[in-house]
Design a protein around this ligand. Structure first.
Ligand code: PLP
Length: 399
């Protein structure tokens, strides 16, 4: 058999329209450019990270070694081991003061897979998901991959990125399956107030659709008492309309371990289980066991991380304030991003980031990655040294 023939024919095979309709991540492209510049010996400082710069806590390391020695090499329940789901339910009770049965908890490979599994379970071809821009690009691309249509509602700086509830209602059609919110928001760092959350719940109950809240940045909130999880608004009447998604990626600096979870209505669980059983099966068993400790016993680490990031936010913001051509909102209440308006310098955010990378050796994420031109996202999940050096470079170039 001539294997070369097999190779050449498969290269000509038609690739699916579905995957071709998906946009790749500019952040990944930028990351590759940064690696290339670094390989050329350039000292590039990156403010693109959606990841934490620190190591995990000793507590979690010890827990991982213990778990390894205790035999964690087997398949587990597809939607997560019982003890982990129990620990997640306890975490939700401690933080949001609501009792959630472990039957409502589903564990996936990160918050990303929670969203993907959920949308694959609820969408028929052509069904719609309402998304608010600026937003994390994955929402629209996962919707398309699941056969759905993202319906984008733009939110604006002038309105403090508040949701116009009347406009939202006018966008709900017979094809709408869910409204997807991100609270706190990547990239703006905004928190949705309780009144708006309550209204969103009312709308979703009235329209018999789902309200899905991605809360992966909920532990990185710098303003006390401003954040209210959608978990805390769950009642018997609205239980079937609410899904809350979280993970240990950002809260415990465990991005690479891929453990996320969602609190879902019980009627969805058997379908979520079915879908996950034919895709990834259970999340890595070792990571699941260790996540029990991350969920229950890592509060000191989370507190320290939050304090460090608050210092980073203030430092980065103070540097950026001096660049008068860049328009800053108030300091972000949450997340590890600053969302800056660059319209006075350059409306095309990709062009702006390319120029900054070439001339200041600083990498930023173009606003278009989040569906909005004229802005950039600056991640302050970085070392203090890198923040100082990178910001000095940026100031020198832009002042
Ligand atoms: N949700 C948002 C808004 C994010 O920004 C990210 C990562 O950047 C994720 C989810 C991914 O979370 P996970 O690592 O748990 O999949």
């Amino acid at each position: 058999m001539d294997y070369r023939l097999i190779y050449s024919s498969s290269e000509n095979m038609e690739i699916s329209k579905k995957i071709k309709s998906i946009k790749g991540s500019l952040t990944t492209e930028l990351f590759e450019k940064v690696v290339e510049l670094k390989a050329r010996g350039e000292n590039v400082i990156s403010f693109t990270a959606g990841d934490l710069y620190c190591d995990i806590s000793d507590n979690i390391k010890k827990s991982a070694i213990k778990a390894l020695n205790n035999g964690t090499n087997h398949y587990t329940n597809t939607v997560g081991i019982k003890d982990l789901r129990k620990a997640i339910s306890e975490r939700i009770y401690r933080k949001d003061n609501i009792e959630v049965d472990i039957k409502n908890i589903v564990v996936c490979n990160g918050a990303k897979q929670c969203i993907s599994n959920l949308l694959n379970v609820i969408l028929n071809i052509g069904d719609e998901i309402i998304i608010f821009n600026p937003s994390w690009r994955a929402y629209s691309e996962i919707t398309k991959l699941a056969g759905g249509v993202p319906v984008i509602i733009d939110l604006y700086e002038e309105d403090k990125y508040k949701i116009d509830l009347e406009l939202l209602k006018s966008k709900i059609t017979s094809k709408t399956k869910a409204i997807l919110i991100n609270n706190p928001n990547n990239p703006t760092g905004k928190i949705i107030d309780e009144e708006t959350l309550t209204k969103l719940v009312e709308i979703t109950v009235d329209k018999e659709i789902l309200l899905i809240s991605d809360e992966v940045y909920r532990e990185i909130v710098f303003t006390k008492n401003r954040f209210k999880s959608l978990n805390s608004l769950i009642t018997r009447e609205n239980r079937n309309n609410i899904v809350v998604i979280d993970s240990v990626s950002k809260s415990n600096a465990l991005t690479g371990w891929r453990v996320g979870y969602m609190n879902v209505p019980e009627y969805l669980v058997r379908y979520l289980k079915l879908f996950q059983s034919y895709t990834t099966s259970n999340v890595n068993s070792l990571a699941q066991v260790v996540t029990i400790d991350a969920v229950l016993n890592d509060e000191d680490f989370i507190e320290q991380l939050r304090n460090d990031l608050k210092g980073n936010r203030d430092l980065t913001y103070d540097y950026l304030k001096d660049i008068s051509k860049m328009k800053l909102d108030q300091k972000p209440d949450a997340t590890f991003y600053i969302w800056a308006n660059i319209k006075k310098i350059e409306k095309n955010s990709i062009l702006f980031c390319e120029k900054v990378l070439e001339n200041a050796h600083v990498a930023l994420v173009p606003g278009i990655e989040f569906g909005r031109e004229g802005y950039v996202r600056i991640s302050f999940a970085n070392s203090v040294n890198d923040i100082c050096q990178g910001m000095e470079n940026l100031k020198k170039y832009l002042l």
